[in-house]
Design a protein around this ligand. Structure first.
Ligand code: BDR
Ligand code: CA
Length: 316
């Protein structure tokens, strides 16, 4: 059975990615490691615990990750826009009960490395926030990280515009130096960037159908989704929009939904106005193995239907 670690800045679409993953009983979520981005790392941790509790999955351990970007010792401050899209508390300003559990005492990066050594190619990392924890794991033990199955991350934009600057996507922009370490390493990665997430469009009916169920889970998930799609896309009467983070779960578990992969070696620009842009290294590839598969196109209809139906089932 594949072992999965979600590395996240929880976040409303991160929450939907947790729910989507939990519905897949043929893989094992062995832990959630937390990072800053949409919120501070401590808030991501609290949200992870609360969301797991909502789904009755207190068996999944949660780990505190980095609070600062790779090249700084100052705690990351989330951008005002992130607070607007995900709410001040990251989960649409909904009040979930105070989690009964706390984080594991082991730091997130130690857990990632321990799991890499233990599970090797059966381990898949799915980061849906800045890549700081993953970069640190690679800097500490690239050999162990090279042995894992894949890092399937949501982030980047290769063929389309960014969403925080014309060049950069939010997760990469938050810590470009970390993303550069990950992409330039020899670890196999799959990039689920805006190239495909912007084609994964969920509509009004699917979101509203989650709210028709009478369970507590459905009320909460529906309210979060409404908040997110209202503030992300500014049209409360016609809710809908791109589903970023759950598509990384899809690419890891149902790669057949991705219609086109581009094998390429990538790096990240860290200077000037293009800071945070994911670009080709322009290497001569003849003798080199390509490290990254960029998802370029997808069967959006199949994914969105599977996603909407699966969420509906798990919140019933
Ligand atoms: C990414 O940024 C965050 O707001 C989302 O959670 C997603 O991971 C999209 O650019
Ligand atoms: Ca995220």
């Amino acid at each position: 059975m594949k072992k999965i670690i979600l590395d996240m800045d929880v976040g409303i679409d991160d929450t939907l990615a947790i729910a989507y993953l939990l519905a897949h009983r043929d893989v094992e979520l062995i832990g959630i490691t937390t990072v800053f981005g949409n919120v501070k790392t401590e808030t991501s941790l609290k949200n992870s615990l609360a969301v797991l509790e909502l789904f009755g999955r207190e068996d999944v351990p949660v780990f505190l990750g980095n609070t600062c970007v790779l090249t700084s010792d100052t705690a990351f401050i989330p951008h005002e826009i992130a607070y607007r899209i995900h709410g001040q508390n990251g989960i649409g300003n909904l009040e979930l009960p105070e989690p009964k559990r706390s984080a594991e005492s082991m730091p997130a990066v130690d857990f990632i490395l321990e799991s890499a050594q233990k599970y090797g190619e059966d381990l898949i990392l799915i980061p849906t926030g800045p890549l700081t924890n993953i970069a640190q794991a690679i800097l500490r033990d690239e050999e162990a990280m090279k042995g894992i199955g894949n890092i399937t991350f949501m982030g980047g934009a290769l063929t389309v515009q960014g969403n925080v600057t014309p060049y950069a996507e939010a997760n990469i922009y938050a810590d470009p130096e970390a993303a550069k370490v990950v992409l330039e390493s020899e670890v196999s990665t799959t990039m689920v960037g805006l190239d495909v997430t912007l084609r994964a469009h969920i509509g009004n009916d699917a979101i509203r159908s989650w709210g028709d169920l009478n369970s507590r889970k459905s009320q909460i998930i529906n309210a979060m989704a409404k908040y997110y799609f209202t503030f992300e896309y500014n049209d409360p009467d016609n809710l809908g929009g791109a589903i970023h983070d759950p598509l990384a779960v899809e690419a890891a578990l149902h790669p057949e939904s991705i219609r086109q992969f581009l094998p390429i070696n990538l790096t990240v620009e860290t200077q000037g106005p293009t800071r945070g842009r994911t670009v080709s290294t322009m290497e001569k590839l003849r003798e080199k193995k390509t490290r990254t598969q960029v998802c370029l196109n997808l069967d959006g209809e199949t994914f969105v239907k599977r996603f909407a139906d699966t969420i509906r089932e798990i919140i019933r």
